[in-house]
Write a protein that binds this ligand. Structure first.
Ligand SMILES: Cc1cc2nc3c(=O)[nH]c(=O)nc-3n(C[C@H](O)[C@H](O)[C@H](O)COP(=O)(O)O)c2cc1C
Length: 341
């Protein structure tokens, strides 16, 4: 059994006691089809990509399409971002007519277009505003509210302890922390010491996040921090099997690694689900970033990627994967098809 700190659980979330493995919200990645791909492997809970409170309150069709949870049976969270407490509260109220187990507030996004409007991680540098957003959203939401933060805005203003305690006092049910500052974006390494420190600082569950790429790093993060759960971002792209590795660690088993046939089958199902959910063009495009990673590192994967990326419809993509399932990864390039490996 991995070590976990005993925590104060929100009584509205009885399932959280045994919920350990989370799929991170990721823009352009964690739509309903991908959440569904990850679940059978061991993802206990998934998140939609973040949605702008402004977009929700203006009734933006494209924003609302990202809240693709209606009828979803498994645990699912919706994440909002914004910088106007009243608008965030209004977005929360509108979301209450939809399917979600928790409402997460994004205080971690480093993207310029989000930070420029003082959303995401910018709020880590404006705690009075952060406080009033959380207060309003907690009051407006009938489902538990959670928050996702970074360690601080930059190295000089690391403030996760203060933020964590504030979130706890305001009634947030858990806090997820990506162990980097905003200034780091995705460079350097996630600081797991700081995640461990946050776990010790607050009584509510902490979900650790950053740089977990397999079962071994999952084990190391939990052993190092005693965090309640772990959220997986990039490590899940093209690799839903990471959740099977994590589950095997939790259950004290050796993980079973997927063979090529299983990789092809899961990918084909994923393509079909994306196309059904999002239409041919977007579905076909969305799944490419997964395929590029699924087969990475295997001989012939660069050529497979090149062939897949040259297709312009999902049926041709599926045909390539069925051929790969039958004959293995391509071993030699057709004339004019050479790729750098
Ligand atoms: C393509 C992409 C999109 C992301 N979108 C979101 C998002 O919508 N909301 C959020 O809180 N974090 C977002 N993140 C950050 C991840 O959720 C996660 O915190 C970060 O990637 C660190 O975890 P990892 O090392 O497991 O990837 C995104 C990351 C990536 C790579």
């Amino acid at each position: 059994m991995l070590p976990r700190k005993p925590v104060r659980l929100d009584p509205r979330l009885p399932w959280l006691a045994t919920t350990r493995r989370f799929l991170s919200p990721m823009a352009g990645v964690t739509d309903r089809p991908f959440r569904r791909v990850c679940r059978p492997f061991g993802a206990d809970m998934g998140f939609c990509e973040f949605v702008s409170a402004a977009g929700l309150t203006y009734g933006g069709e494209r924003t609302w399409a990202l809240v693709d949870t209606d009828g979803e049976e498994d645990l699912v969270g919706v994440q909002i971002f914004g910088n106007d407490p009243e608008q965030m509260a209004e977005a929360a109220r509108l979301l209450m007519n939809h399917r979600l187990d928790v409402l997460d507030i994004n205080f971690g996004c480093p993207a310029k277009k989000v930070v420029k409007k003082c959303g995401g991680s910018a709020l880590l540098a404006d705690l009075p505003l952060l406080e009033s957003i959380v207060r309003e959203v907690v009051a407006a939401s009938t489902v538990p509210v959670t928050a996702k933060i970074r360690t601080g805005w930059d190295e000089e203003s690391v403030n996760y302890r203060e933020v964590g305690l504030m979130l706890q006092d305001l009634g947030v049910s858990w806090v997820t922390m990506h162990g980097r500052t905003r200034a780091q974006k995705f460079t350097g390494e996630a600081d797991w010491d700081r995640i461990a420190d946050l776990v010790e600082t607050v009584d509510i569950p902490v979900i650790g996040n950053g740089d977990v790429v397999d079962g071994a790093s999952y084990r190391r993060l939990v052993e190092h921090t005693r965090c309640h759960g772990v959220m997986i971002g990039r490590g899940a792209i093209g690799n839903p099997w990471i959740f099977a590795e994590m589950k095997a660690v939790d259950e004290g088993r050796e993980p079973v690694r997927p063979g090529l046939e299983e990789m092809c089958d899961v990918t084909v199902d994923h393509i079909r689900a994306e196309v059904a959910a999002r239409g041919e063009k977007v579905g076909h495009f969305t799944v490419r970033k997964h395929i590029a990673k699924t087969f990475r590192g295997r001989p012939g994967s660069a050529l497979l990627r090149k062939r897949v990326f040259a297709t312009d419809d999902s049926e041709s993509m599926i045909a390539i994967l069925e051929e790969t399932r039958r004959d293995g990864l391509p071993t030699s390039a057709e004339p004019g098809e050479e790729v750098a490996t």
